[in-house]
Design a protein around this ligand. Structure first.
Ligand code: NAP
Length: 293
């Protein structure tokens, strides 16, 4: 048990809707640890501002135990760090900062958080996976699926961006990463071969809850499990469509809790109270849905 207070926080912009304070404060409370989790809103163009280096100095001095980093700063903070975990180095983005042997180190717990939570879905090991979207979250998902040995395809509205993403990961892929446009005809062609679909676009996210990344006129792949990274609402249109047609499906709330749990464990060295953190996330999600209605 840590003898002193654990001071944590999140750097990003905007941060009003972040559920991380509720999730981490619930964990601290459950374990009886004195501590807090604060929000440090830093505007996108203020990365070189003294505020950000001050925050990292506070981690080095021990005043802060650790920091989470979210959009738009996951890549911006790289120059401030002395070392990266292999996941953060491959993905090229950091969501967790901690002190190790006196050095500031960055990790990306989104990747392992996704893979750990994916284990809750029934699907065939090493099944071909299809990622929808080619942004920051898709990078972390792609890394974890390739590390786990899956053949992966990426469908994106901007196939050039998806190809750039594929090119930067082909060296760790067992089979070449296939790229296709996020359109009916292209998805229909590979649909029968897919065992796992991962939505890494914001389609379906509040307030646009009636949007869906999978075309309305095209049935979901018949043998696929569906993982939607969107966690707000907890049951997206994609997840509801999948369940209604008998496919196993889950939203990204579990990944959100798992990436937070892995960060918490890095900072404290203690097993994260996952069930408590999950309940806090569910509660925060309900509250935020009610306030956005
Ligand atoms: P991002 O970097 O902005 O990437 C979003 C991707 O979706 C881009 O490829 C973008 O295409 C595509 N996209 C956006 N709007 C689209 C549309 N209308 N039709 C088709 N494609 C569209 O965002 P991100 O950080 O990857 O996050 C994506 C989602 O994952 C968000 O909803 C986020 O909340 C969620 N997420 C969840 C977790 C979790 O723990 N569960 C973690 C990270 C992210 P362009 O490049 O062409 O714009």
């Amino acid at each position: 048990m840590p003898e002193h207070c654990i001071n944590l926080g999140l750097i990003g912009w905007p941060l009003e809707h972040s559920m991380s304070p509720q999730i981490h404060q619930a964990a601290l409370h459950k374990l009886g640890i004195c501590g807090n989790y604060r929000l440090f809103a830093i505007e996108p163009n203020n990365i070189m501002d003294i505020a950000i280096s001050d925050l990292f100095d506070h981690v080095v001095s021990g005043e802060l135990t650790g920091l989470n980093i979210t959009l738009p700063h996951k890549q911006n903070v790289l120059p401030f760090l002395s070392d990266l975990t292999p996941a953060a180095a491959h993905i090229g983005a950091v969501n967790t900062v901690f002190l190790e042997d006196g050095l500031l180190k960055g990790d990306n717990t989104d990747a392992a958080g996704f893979l750990n939570d994916l284990a809750h879905l029934p699907f065939v090991e090493l099944t071909p996976a299809l990622i929808l979207g080619a942004g920051g979250a898709a990078r972390a998902v792609l890394f974890s699926l390739l590390e786990a040995g899956h053949p992966v395809s990426i469908a994106a509205r901007n196939p050039t961006k998806a190809q750039t993403l594929a090119d930067s990961f082909n060296s760790i892929a067992k089979t070449p990463i296939q790229v296709l446009p996020l359109e009916d005809h292209a998805l229909a062609q590979i649909s029968n071969t897919i065992g796992l679909v991962v939505n890494a676009t914001p389609l379906g996210m509040s307030p646009n809850i009636e949007t869906c990344p999978w075309p309305e006129t095209l049935p979901l792949p018949v043998n696929a499990s569906i993982y939607d990274l969107v966690y707000n609402p907890a049951d997206t249109l994609l997840v509801r469509r999948a369940r209604q047609s008998g496919r196993p499906a889950c939203s990204g709330l579990g990944m959100l809790v798992e990436q937070a749990s892995l960060a918490f464990e890095r900072w404290t060295g203690l097993a994260a109270p996952r069930e408590t953190m999950k309940q806090a996330a569910q509660q925060a999600s309900k509250l935020s849905m009610n306030t956005s209605l």
